[in-house]
Design a protein around this ligand. Structure first.
Ligand code: SF4
Length: 192
């Protein structure tokens, strides 16, 4: 696996202060993607045991609330094995750690048995996520007034519920995502 960037103190990709890893490789090629350099699975740095240890070390900082997996595409088949190892170790070290993942795939279509990118690692990885933001970025549905997603088709799915019951429920409705964005902008203004 390769990755483009690891961010410490990411405040844009989930609640609170997060460590984020932007993995390389994405076959969705959404129009006006913000990270087209990450479409190429060979872009960036090689992810090694040392990289994993560095991320786990960053996550042990008491100010960090969570880990976010994004890219690129975390659920490309070639990215799943190493991300699962990372998520497993992160949850073992801190079971309360919030784990978010962004995918252009669709949970109930692509990440289930016989789905496009379903592997021997998929279920275990989904099981360890607290939130999955799924669906491609669709330029025709772009909505900058929403927090934590780029277009309104993307779902912010409660994975705690999904993993217990199999029900797919979004954490926030459209209006709540707007309110969250306004609150986020206000916080940003106050800190600048
Ligand atoms: S899924 Fe994300 S990284 Fe991949 S092309 Fe779409 S916007 Fe870009």
């Amino acid at each position: 696996m390769k990755y483009g960037e690891i961010k410490m103190y990411d405040i844009a990709d989930g609640p609170g202060l997060r460590v984020s890893i932007f993995v390389s490789g994405c076959s969705h090629h959404c129009k006006e993607c913000h990270n087209p350099q990450l479409w190429n699975p060979d872009f960036g740095e090689v992810y090694t045991e040392k990289t994993e240890a560095e991320i786990l070390e960053k996550l042990s900082n008491k100010h960090i609330n969570g880990l976010t997996l994004l890219g690129g595409e975390p659920f490309e088949i070639y990215n799943q094995k190493e991300l699962l190892q990372l998520v497993k170790k992160a949850k073992t070290a801190n079971p309360d750690l919030s784990i978010w993942c962004y995918t252009g795939y669709t949970l109930d279509k692509d990440l289930v048995p016989n789905g496009k990118v379903y592997t021997e690692y998929t279920d275990e990885m989904l099981n360890l996520l607290n939130v999955l933001v799924d669906g491609k970025f669709e330029i025709a549905k772009k909505d900058v007034s929403l927090l934590w997603c780029g277009s309104y088709n993307q779902r912010i799915i409660d994975m705690d519920l999904y993993n217990k019951t199999g029900e797919i429920k979004e954490l926030f409705d459209y209006d709540k995502k707007k309110v969250l964005r306004q609150e986020y902008e206000e916080r940003m203004k106050a800190t600048n």
